[in-house]
Design a protein around this ligand. Structure first.
Ligand SMILES: [Ca+2]
Ligand SMILES: [Ca+2]
Length: 284
């Protein structure tokens, strides 16, 4: 059972250029994702305060899914992830740094890695989906020369040239990208047919079904009701192949891009500028 407590700020970064500001142990599950039960929610972050069993500490970075993972916040140049109010009925959420494309722009990303040598974040050959609620700022990227932030990566594992599943909101357009063992020729990106409105809540879901990749985006009104929905599907003609990583330490990230070793990607960090809630990975 998880004990609930009053809301408070999540974590604060130190003054180091690169600092791990929170490292929270999670769960006791040992299930492998690839052998998990169909429909298993592997990762689920609702960012609600959870008090440790001994009552001495509290975190909002707790995986409510089955995966045995370690969650932390990595930051650079004073970036922080703060607990803020979520959309109606959803408690708290996490606020990422505001836009700054300079070489010293504050960066902060939630990092999720396997606790053991079993890669529970790899879907293998299974169908799977990944999703999140978000509320993005008006100013989020610059494509001018020298910019260190030209995108808004929301939820991803792997980089562009690696095996990757990704949800981003680059240029205020939600999109999903998948690249599996078939490599670049089998990779697909599907872009939702809308431009999101800043400071409004949306929910986006990416789904891999066989050789298809689909995106669904829901918009909410002030009461939390869905007011509009957009969907789009694309097909990988070659097929995606499977989704595994050579290094089980390859991080899953929320709110930005991390290098393979789990540090904020400096030159092109794609820091998400806005608020995120309910980041979920489900393997069928
Ligand atoms: Ca929440
Ligand atoms: Ca950005």
């Amino acid at each position: 059972m998880r004990a609930r407590a009053s809301r408070r700020s999540g974590v604060r970064s130190g003054t180091m250029v690169l600092a791990v500001v929170a490292a929270i142990g999670l769960g006791t599950g040992t299930a492998s994702a690839v052998t998990a039960d169909p429909g298993d929610t592997v990762v689920s972050y609702d960012f609600e305060p959870v008090v440790a069993a001994d009552g001495t500490s509290q975190t909002i970075f707790t995986n409510g899914g089955s995966a045995d993972v370690v969650t932390s916040v990595v930051s650079a140049y004073g970036g922080t992830v703060q607990a803020v109010e979520s959309r109606p009925t959803q408690g708290s959420a996490v606020r990422f740094p505001t836009f700054d494309a300079s070489s010293t722009g504050p960066r902060a990303v939630v990092k999720i890695v396997n606790r053991t040598s079993t890669d529970v974040l790899a879907p293998g050959s299974r169908d799977f989906s990944w999703s999140a609620d978000f509320n993005i700022d008006a100013e989020t990227s610059s494509h001018t020369r020298g910019s260190t932030d030209n995108g808004d990566n929301l939820f991803q594992r792997g980089l562009f040239s690696d095996t990757q599943y990704k949800l981003d909101v680059d240029d205020h357009q939600p999109s999903c990208r998948l690249r599996g063992s078939s490599g670049a020729t089998g990779a697909v990106r599907v872009i939702a047919p809308l431009t999101v409105v800043p400071s409004q809540w949306y929910h986006a879901t990416c789904t891999r079904t066989g050789n298809q990749l689909s995106i669904e985006v829901d918009a909410f009104d002030d009461t939390g009701a869905v007011t509009q929905q957009w969907t789009r599907t694309a097909t990988s003609k070659r097929g995606f192949g499977t989704f595994t990583w050579a290094k089980t330490g390859t991080p899953l990230s929320i709110g930005g891009k991390l290098t393979a070793t789990g540090k904020p990607a400096g030159g092109s960090g794609d820091q998400f500028n806005g608020v995120v809630d309910n980041a979920v990975l489900t393997i069928q």
